[in-house]
Design a protein around this ligand. Structure first.
Ligand SMILES: [Zn+2]
Length: 432
């Protein structure tokens, strides 16, 4: 099958006018102009998307798809109060609820042109449901609270794969200790070492709120009680978040999520040691955490990805809108860099660029087409004008997921299940 549009944006190389991609099975097998590919493969079916830019499936590098059903349940407000209200609702949901929420979240991803996520998962339900829908990426099992000694038992309890080789294919696995105020230093080190030893990706929410910074600086503020309850062995390091990770020896090659509240020198530390930073500017605004220091991170040379975070702290899983916030926050940010951040660079931050993030022979055939105005600069136009409603088609692993702007599978059942979980979550919130 050959898919073509006005422009093809491989990302790893310059745009191709009247470009096309050839898909066989789950992989990309050729790239070129439509004329060249038609000549070379005359027997292939050809799908031309008129007026469309063809691009790689987008990489939403920070999601909690298990919380998709919580959309609208928590109004925008300050982070410590928000997380205190959220925690009992999460506890009230079970594995079936998470699976239903992830199935609906995966549908929302595909409608927005996203085929790859960096998802925080509570167990195997999230990757299984996402894989069923055709969404791949890295799924970070979250481990927080409690003692180091129980780590192995808890990983077993959540069916964490016993070796990284078993998370092959489109689903890669990782670990996350959530944050410094929910995991003590011992647990953070143990989770990191487990990830390193077995070759899993490692991610952590860090330097997100001013409350977190006050806690790390002096053990004070609105997250103190949470830390006393969950972060066993925590003592305030008297530093910023990134330096704390470095002192614990858990920064190297880690995925650092948020990084809004950076201290002097910490952008450089991230650039030198972390796998990269995932920026979630709309979630940061929702929770009154401020704006991520995009210019400082770019100038320091940090690798960047972009994520929507969960629908408990964002209105949508629209990665175009999320990325445009980066352009607004940093006058030096180009459309070319922004496109990389939402595709190839995002995949690199997650450690998933071997298979995802660009249109290259050998990678998964995750290909989207987006209707934009005719243009001489397709990268600029896609980044400035892209919206979920302009996504005309989505293919992941060579399979059609969205055709003519509509999901290629029945959605009523997914919507009904999502509504059931949303009602259950609302009841749990009312009980608190
Ligand atoms: Zn998050």
């Amino acid at each position: 099958m050959i898919l073509a549009g006005e422009w093809l944006l491989p990302v790893s190389r310059p745009p191709i006018r009247h470009g096309a991609v050839r898909v066989a099975g789950p992989r990309i097998v050729a790239i070129g102009t439509l004329d060249d590919l038609k000549r070379s493969y005359p027997a292939d079916a050809v799908h031309v998307q008129p007026g469309c830019v063809i691009a790689p499936g987008l990489v939403n590098a920070h999601t909690h798809l298990s919380l998709t059903s919580l959309r609208g349940l928590f109004p925008p407000g300050e982070f410590p109060g928000w997380i205190a209200r959220l925690a009992p609702v999460i506890t009230a949901l079970d594995e079936d609820d998470y699976a239903d929420a992830v199935s609906f979240g995966a549908l929302e991803c595909l409608r927005s042109g996203v085929t790859v996520v960096g998802d925080i998962a509570f167990g195997p339900e999230a990757p299984a449901a996402a894989a069923d829908a055709g969404v791949g990426g890295v799924f970070f099992w979250e481990v927080l609270g409690g003692d180091v000694d129980t780590l192995a038992q808890r990983l077993d309890g959540h069916d964490f794969p016993t070796d990284a080789g078993s998370c092959d294919g489109r689903t890669l696995c990782g670990l996350s200790p959530h944050s410094p105020y929910t995991s003590g230093p011992g647990l953070m080190k143990a989770v990191y070492q487990h990830a390193r030893r077995y070759g899993y990706a490692h991610a952590i929410h860090i330097a997100e709120s001013t409350a977190e910074i006050r806690l790390l600086a002096a053990g004070e503020g609105a997250l103190r009680q949470t830390a006393e309850r969950l972060a066993v062995g925590f003592t305030p390091p008297g530093t910023g978040g990134i330096r704390y990770l470095e002192h614990l020896g858990v920064l190297k090659d880690s995925v650092a999520i948020h990084c809004v509240q950076l201290m002097p020198g910490e952008a450089e530390l991230l650039a030198a040691h972390a796998a990269g930073v995932v920026l979630c500017p709309r979630s940061n605004r929702y929770l009154l955490n401020g704006r991520p220091p995009v210019t400082a991170l770019r100038e320091a040379g940090a690798r960047m990805a972009v994520g929507t975070d969960s629908l408990a702290s964002n209105e949508s899983l629209d990665l175009f809108a999320e990325t445009r916030e980066l352009l607004g926050a940093d006058p030096g940010m180009t459309a070319k860099r922004a496109l990389a951040i939402m595709t190839l660079e995002g995949a690199q931050v997650l450690g998933a660029a071997r298979d995802y993030g660009s249109l290259e022979v050998g990678k998964y055939a995750d290909v989207i087409s987006v209707a934009v105005e005719a243009t001489a600069d397709p990268v600029e136009t896609l980044v400035r004008e892209g919206t979920p409603s302009r996504v005309r088609s989505v293919i992941s692993a060579g399979v059609w997921r969205v055709i003519d702007g509509k999901p290629a599978f029945l959605t009523a059942e997914l919507e009904r299940k999502n509504a059931r979980v949303a009602e259950k979550a609302a009841r749990a919130l009312n009980r608190t």
